[in-house]
Write a protein that binds this ligand. Structure first.
Ligand SMILES: [Cu+2]
Length: 136
């Protein structure tokens, strides 16, 4: 009888801890942000880079680059800052690297750091996305 009492309260403590842990897990999966943070935390190869995008002009450029990169070959997230002409990129360094990301942006028709835009892709961009001197 004297031995069973401490074991019983230890079991109850474990049960309470288990319920509390499940409750907090449910909360974080309800929230998209904390879920993606959990996924990011599981990826030890996550890296961040900031790129100079000197030729971006407008919101269409932003969408073209963000949609053209996100989810492709290890690129986790892309945010283009039109005002400062910068790209913020989170990527999996085991799957891609900065030169590959620059090449991918260049293939969309935009300069990335010192990597020049692919001229064919650049010519296919809408007028508003071209440099002012190239607009017709
Ligand atoms: Cu544009």
């Amino acid at each position: 009888m004297n031995i069973q009492k401490p074991i019983g309260s230890a079991l109850i403590a474990l049960l309470i801890a288990g319920v509390a842990a499940c409750g907090s897990n449910e909360k974080s999966t309800d929230d998209g942000k904390s879920q993606s943070q959990m996924m990011a935390g599981q990826n030890d190869n996550k890296a961040h880079t900031m790129l100079k995008l000197p030729t971006v002009q407008c919101d269409i450029c932003k969408k073209t680059i963000e949609h053209g990169l996100t989810g492709i070959n290890g690129i986790l997230s892309v945010t283009v800052d039109i005002e400062n002409k910068m790209g913020h990129i989170n990527y999996d360094s085991s799957r891609t690297d900065l030169p590959k990301i620059e090449d991918r942006i260049a293939s969309l028709g935009y300069q990335a750091n010192e990597t020049a835009a692919d001229p064919v892709a650049y010519n296919k961009l809408p007028n508003c996305c071209k440099l002012p001197e190239d607009r017709k």
